[in-house]
Ligand binder design. Sequence first.
Ligand SMILES: *[C@@H]1O[C@H](CO)[C@@H](O)[C@H](O)[C@H]1NC(C)=O
Ligand SMILES: *[C@@H]1O[C@H](CO)[C@@H](O)[C@H](O)[C@H]1NC(C)=O
Ligand SMILES: *[C@@H]1O[C@H](CO)[C@@H](O)[C@H](O)[C@H]1NC(C)=O
Ligand SMILES: *[C@@H]1O[C@H](CO)[C@@H](O)[C@H](O)[C@H]1NC(C)=O
Ligand SMILES: *[C@@H]1O[C@H](CO)[C@@H](O)[C@H](O)[C@H]1NC(C)=O
Ligand SMILES: *[C@@H]1O[C@H](CO)[C@@H](O)[C@H](O)[C@H]1NC(C)=O
Ligand SMILES: *[C@@H]1O[C@H](CO)[C@@H](O)[C@H](O)[C@H]1NC(C)=O
Ligand SMILES: *[C@@H]1O[C@H](CO)[C@@H](O)[C@H](O)[C@H]1NC(C)=O
Ligand SMILES: *[C@@H]1O[C@H](CO)[C@@H](O)[C@H](O)[C@H]1NC(C)=O
Ligand SMILES: *[C@@H]1O[C@H](CO)[C@@H](O)[C@H](O)[C@H]1NC(C)=O
Ligand SMILES: *[C@@H]1O[C@H](CO)[C@@H](O)[C@H](O)[C@H]1NC(C)=O
Ligand SMILES: *[C@@H]1O[C@H](CO)[C@@H](O)[C@H](O)[C@H]1NC(C)=O
Length: 421
Amino acid sequence: MYRLSTFMLFLALGTVFQQSHGIEVNVTDKDNKLCLYANLMVNFSVSYEVTGNKSATVKFELPLEAETSGSVCDTTTSTLKLDFGDGHSWSINFTRSGKIYQADTIVFSYNLNDTKLFPNSTSNETATVTVKPHIINVGVDTCYSCKSDDLIEADMVSQTLSNVLIQAFVSGGSKSDNLTTCAADVPTTTVVPTTTNATSTTTAIPTTNVTSTTPPTTSTPVPTIPAPSTGKYNVTASDNKTVCLLATFGLRIGLLQNNKYEEMNLDPNVTTAHGLCGVNISDLVLVSGPLTLMFTFTNDTKKFHLHALNITGNTGSGVAFSEANTNLSLWEAAISSSYMCNKEQNSTITDALTLFTFKLQVQPFGVEKGLFSIAEDCQADAESFLVPIAVGVALIILILIVVLAYFIGRKRNMSAGYESF
Ligand SMILES: *[C@@H]1O[C@H](CO)[C@@H](O)[C@H](O)[C@H]1NC(C)=O
Ligand SMILES: *[C@@H]1O[C@H](CO)[C@@H](O)[C@H](O)[C@H]1NC(C)=O
Ligand SMILES: *[C@@H]1O[C@H](CO)[C@@H](O)[C@H](O)[C@H]1NC(C)=O
Ligand SMILES: *[C@@H]1O[C@H](CO)[C@@H](O)[C@H](O)[C@H]1NC(C)=O
Ligand SMILES: *[C@@H]1O[C@H](CO)[C@@H](O)[C@H](O)[C@H]1NC(C)=O
Ligand SMILES: *[C@@H]1O[C@H](CO)[C@@H](O)[C@H](O)[C@H]1NC(C)=O
Ligand SMILES: *[C@@H]1O[C@H](CO)[C@@H](O)[C@H](O)[C@H]1NC(C)=O
Ligand SMILES: *[C@@H]1O[C@H](CO)[C@@H](O)[C@H](O)[C@H]1NC(C)=O
Ligand SMILES: *[C@@H]1O[C@H](CO)[C@@H](O)[C@H](O)[C@H]1NC(C)=O
Ligand SMILES: *[C@@H]1O[C@H](CO)[C@@H](O)[C@H](O)[C@H]1NC(C)=O
Ligand SMILES: *[C@@H]1O[C@H](CO)[C@@H](O)[C@H](O)[C@H]1NC(C)=O
Ligand SMILES: *[C@@H]1O[C@H](CO)[C@@H](O)[C@H](O)[C@H]1NC(C)=O
């Protein structure tokens, strides 16, 4: 009955917003009111071991029929659990903090003893994989909508989520018409003016009405913000009180959240640095207002590189975010030297986060007397070698022109001489 009335409402509004081929689930609370709504498709690809020490891969979809009794709704956490087939289950849990909620983990358990799904499996156990979906900063009282495919890979299992429409923490017993749309569904040309004021604390969360048929606003050019000031940061070893990590750079981050792209400069005047130095790993932690940036460098015996970057903070509109990549290979240089890059450099850290660096020099290992060792220049700087070459070439051409002009002038003078006779 409930479903029917919702359907009628949409018909009345004349919009079909989601083609649902997927499973649709309504989880109700103890008062029998809707508390979690989901409509989604999940395609699985599972590799498992078969007899003869070989591996097989099967692909299947989350069926349209599943048991939802393992689902629970609470005020700040809730879980959607779908039990299906012969002992398989898929669950996603959400946490709410203030005006936003996010999905924390997806847990998929599959029973390898199910010979229909996993023929010839050598194991008869139930395997479990836990992955982290990229469903964050969803406004409370909005549905998270993502029609695009979202591939989430783990060791033996890859899951493709598509046509996702989920609302956790439903209030008032009915699903919201307002959406928080995933970045992948937004045309990439969409850019929204940048915000440099990181201290603003308004908590408005951008939402779009389902009934609105206008596409998202298109290409407003990003106003360029001035280059960030260069900051000098260092880390002192706790045991011998000597400087063991040096960093000098101007930093800007570009962040895509809730379909809005914004850039923020790090102001060195209000940034503090701490961290730790190890033999194999050194960390630099910068704290600037609500922003915390953690750079993790690793010592690969002969070289070092920036291995991980974790940035947490608030967007200009006060929405919390956390972006991390623990598999980077940036800023590589020999262990006894520093890495230097004077040019503006940009690096994609995650789908939502870009790091821009200016006048960069770092040395995370082997700092002596608090000074940078010899610097290894980034490739980008190699282009600056082209400048003297270009100047040289231009000079040679100039000389040729002058010489040519001289000879032409001489010839003219000579012929002019003939005429005067
Ligand atoms: C999921 O699998 C079905 C058939 O198995 C296929 O039609 C569909 O395109 C797949 N979806 C994705 C997102 O891969
Ligand atoms: C299966 O293959 C692995 C290497 O691929 C090997 O180490 C292992 O001994 C093999 N096991 C059997 C039972 O043949
Ligand atoms: C699972 O397999 C092990 C041996 O591999 C066997 O001892 C056990 O009884 C099996 N369990 C079930 C439930 O089939
Ligand atoms: C949708 O959002 C608008 C403002 O953004 C709000 O006025 C309205 O109540 C919301 N509708 C629902 C169903 O939450
Ligand atoms: C969104 O819906 C609310 C009511 O649900 C309405 O007041 C508002 O004008 C709508 N906004 C847009 C942009 O259509
Ligand atoms: C001080 O300690 C750090 C790490 O604990 C080490 O890298 C550095 O070499 C030490 N410096 C001196 C002068 O002992
Ligand atoms: C930082 O402080 C210095 C001097 O204390 C000042 O000249 C500079 O303008 C400040 N920079 C910013 C971005 O506030
Ligand atoms: C880097 O690692 C190697 C091997 O782990 C070690 O011998 C060397 O001392 C380390 N260098 C520094 C500066 O910590
Ligand atoms: C550093 O790494 C080397 C080899 O990777 C290892 O032997 C050594 O124990 C590590 N040192 C520390 C302090 O973790
Ligand atoms: C990034 O830092 C935040 C806050 O310290 C932490 O909760 C999160 O787990 C970190 N992420 C990674 C991948 O380390
Ligand atoms: C880390 O990156 C390398 C190449 O950049 C890739 O081969 C590897 O699979 C990545 N590892 C993880 C855990 O993402
Ligand atoms: C990142 O750098 C590349 C070249 O290094 C440049 O083409 C590109 O425009 C830069 N991207 C941004 C967003 O500045």
